[in-house]
Design a protein around this ligand. Structure first.
Ligand SMILES: [Mn+2]
Length: 461
């Protein structure tokens, strides 16, 4: 789950004595919530849609005015702003010293607020995340989740991770858990401090990435972020998110904004994870100059510092020379592919540029194939190996070799790929009995040439 599915045409703002609680709700405009095929089927607005909008407009106003007069503000945007700017709108309307941001499908457990307020009062630069339990979507039963920190992969997509070792060693389940970022559906922060460090990035669209960016920023700029196990909320993991199929595009776009502003020499990892070139990535991520100026003004630390101190579980690939799809001059349109995940065979497959065709060639001479093994919680990407016995190369854990040279290859762009162990070349063989009539082999070099799509740096000669 990456819990920020609720879009945000309406912000409901509820003022408690010491905290403002901002809840974002979705009024599902059909053009936003339906998939393309659904849109074709329903060219007019459905009765269900009218009903939901009636509920969230007229009825919600009535309910709030009657039940919480003077306590709850409703802020409506006139056009779709996305989750990120909607949350900023809520912050603009808030007046209490502490603000909390929650998806509409979050419920609060008893005494959730007090431990949070204590932690913020001690240090107003702490961003506090309540521990999130699950509400089963079909029964509304609450299911307690194990305590976790919130991490992410190099695509800047969030995931739960195991808490830091020092927290586990302490054996105190009530202690705050240091976290590198947040899932995003629920967080609490000092209102003025949140303004000082630049809210969320208003240049981000729809959702995705803003939760990671805030984690990097608060840590790099002198604050901190923590999960507080004593403060519990529960969240409905939805089975279907109210977004178009283009959500990947926005997640990618927002990730590139965060990468460009905060990640220094590590930003290449985000481009690699999405398998797009660093020059002309084909994604217009907009203007980041204001965010770069913010980083300068706040005199924030480097991303390297953040990785070392806050997210040491991240796997680093700074020794990559080239990455992307690998093409052979003899088989245009076909790319190296990790094939089925459970066998040890690399294959040739029509090029599609997804992560199964993401290769990386490193300064040491490793040729790795498949999605980045972003963190030490995940297995690392497998290595292409010439074991000297078989005619087909294998794809194995990089240390599963009898001699290190079996995993090392010589390669320069538009040249052969040569095993350092056997001197054999990685080549394509025409074979009637192979898929697509092409087999990947290691054999005596016949002069075949390979290209890997994207450069990070040119090798030293
Ligand atoms: Mn959610």
């Amino acid at each position: 789950m990456c819990g920020r599915e609720s879009d945000s045409h309406i912000g409901v703002f509820r003022k408690l004595c010491t905290a403002s609680v901002l809840i974002t709700l979705l009024c599902p405009k059909l053009e936003h919530s339906a998939t393309r095929s659904e849109k074709l089927k329903h060219s007019s607005i459905s009765p269900k849609h009218v009903l939901v909008c009636l509920e969230l407009k007229f009825n919600l106003d009535q309910y709030v005015n009657k039940r919480y007069p003077g306590l709850v503000k409703i802020v409506r945007n006139s056009k779709r702003e996305g989750l990120i700017r909607a949350r900023i709108q809520g912050w603009n309307a808030a007046t209490a010293p502490i603000v909390g941001f929650f998806d509409a499908h979050v419920e609060f457990n008893t005494a959730w607020a007090e431990p949070i307020l204590t932690r913020v009062k001690e240090d107003h630069t702490r961003i506090i995340l309540p521990a999130i339990d699950n509400i089963k979507y079909n029964t509304f039963e609450v299911q307690q989740y194990a305590n976790a920190a919130h991490g992410y992969n190099w695509g800047l997509w969030c995931m739960y991770i195991i808490p830091p070792q020092d927290w586990l060693d302490k054996g105190d389940e009530t202690a705050p858990i240091r976290t590198p970022a947040m899932i995003g559906c629920s967080f609490v922060v000092d209102r003025e401090y949140f303004g000082e460090i630049g809210l969320l990035d208003p240049g981000m669209e729809v959702y995705g990435g803003e939760n990671i960016e805030l984690g990097m920023r608060v840590w790099q700029c002198g604050g901190s972020m923590e999960v507080l196990p004593c403060a519990r909320v529960a969240h409905i993991e939805r089975t279907k998110k109210p977004y178009n199929n283009d959500i990947d595009y926005y997640a990618k776009r927002n990730a590139l904004r965060a990468a460009e502003v905060w990640m220094d020499e590590y930003k290449s990892h985000v481009y690699m994870a999405w398998n797009i070139p660093m020059n002309n990535p084909g994604v217009d991520f907009g203007d980041v100059s204001e965010r770069t100026a913010l980083r300068k003004r706040l005199k924030c630390r480097s991303f390297r510092w953040y990785l070392e101190h806050v997210y040491p579980e991240m796997r680093i690939y700074n020794n990559t020379i080239t990455y992307g799809e690998v093409r052979n001059s003899k088989a245009s349109g076909y790319c190296l592919d990790q094939g089925s995940e459970d066998d040890d065979k690399a294959i040739l497959y029509p090029c599609h540029g997804m992560s199964s065709q993401l290769a990386r060639y490193s300064t040491e001479g490793l040729l790795q194939l498949g999605p980045l093994g972003s963190t030490t919680f995940l297995p690392d990407t497998k290595c292409l190996i010439d074991d000297g016995r078989n005619r087909t190369p294998s794809l194995k854990k990089c240390d599963a070799v009898s001699r290190t040279s079996q995993r090392l290859w010589d390669f320069t762009q538009n040249g052969p790929i040569i095993s350092r162990d056997t001197g054999r070349c990685l080549e394509v063989e025409m074979a009637k009995d192979a898929n697509f009539g092409l087999r990947l082999v290691v054999q005596r070099c016949s002069g075949q040439k390979w290209m890997i799509r994207n450069w990070i740096k040119h090798p030293r000669h």
